[in-house]
Design a protein around this ligand. Structure first.
Ligand code: MG
Length: 160
């Protein structure tokens, strides 16, 4: 049996006129995140952690932000495609632990929906998915509400 960990990080800038999508859930807010896809910063960190864990590059290599096919695409679709790659390489996901770095909006009320959405896209029980949120204590660019960041750690297993 092989056990691997993976680490993911992402950040996106706030802009007006776009929906804020975190973990596949639309969060009511005055601004959304700028990006080629739906700019779901949480799912991008999860995807990068998964590719890191299986040693297969990163989100940019698998889903280039220059590809018209991924313009405005739901990152839930990208995560499901990532899981197809993970499973076909013989790996299964033990758990995912993620942290959102956001001064605003308040995310606590949305955490149950975000957790359920991420677990569903991963195809694993909610009990194996953790999503947390922290403010930056008003420090730095994220603390000035310029955008949102996300960190993610995953553990994957292979029986090979
Ligand atoms: Mg991203």
């Amino acid at each position: 049996m092989r056990i691997h960990t993976g680490l993911g990080f992402d950040s996106h800038r706030f802009v007006s006129g776009r929906p804020l999508v975190l973990g596949g859930v639309v969060i009511p807010h005055s601004e959304g995140l700028l990006g080629h896809s739906d700019a779901d910063v949480l799912l991008h960190a999860v995807i990068d952690a998964l590719f890191g864990a299986i040693g297969d590059g990163d989100i940019g290599r698998h889903f280039p932000d220059t590809a018209p096919a991924y313009e405005g695409v739901s990152s839930l679709l990208l995560l499901r495609k990532t899981m197809e790659t993970v499973r076909s390489a013989g790996w299964s996901v033990c758990n995912v632990d993620a942290t959102l770095l956001a001064e605003a909006p308040k995310l606590a009320p949305h955490m149950p929906a975000i957790r359920a959405s991420v677990a569903s896209a991963l195809g694993i029980p909610e009990a194996d998915v953790s999503v947390k949120a922290k403010t930056l204590e008003k420090m730095g660019s994220l603390g000035r509400r310029e955008g949102i960041g996300a960190l993610c750690s995953v553990l994957v297993l292979s029986n090979e």
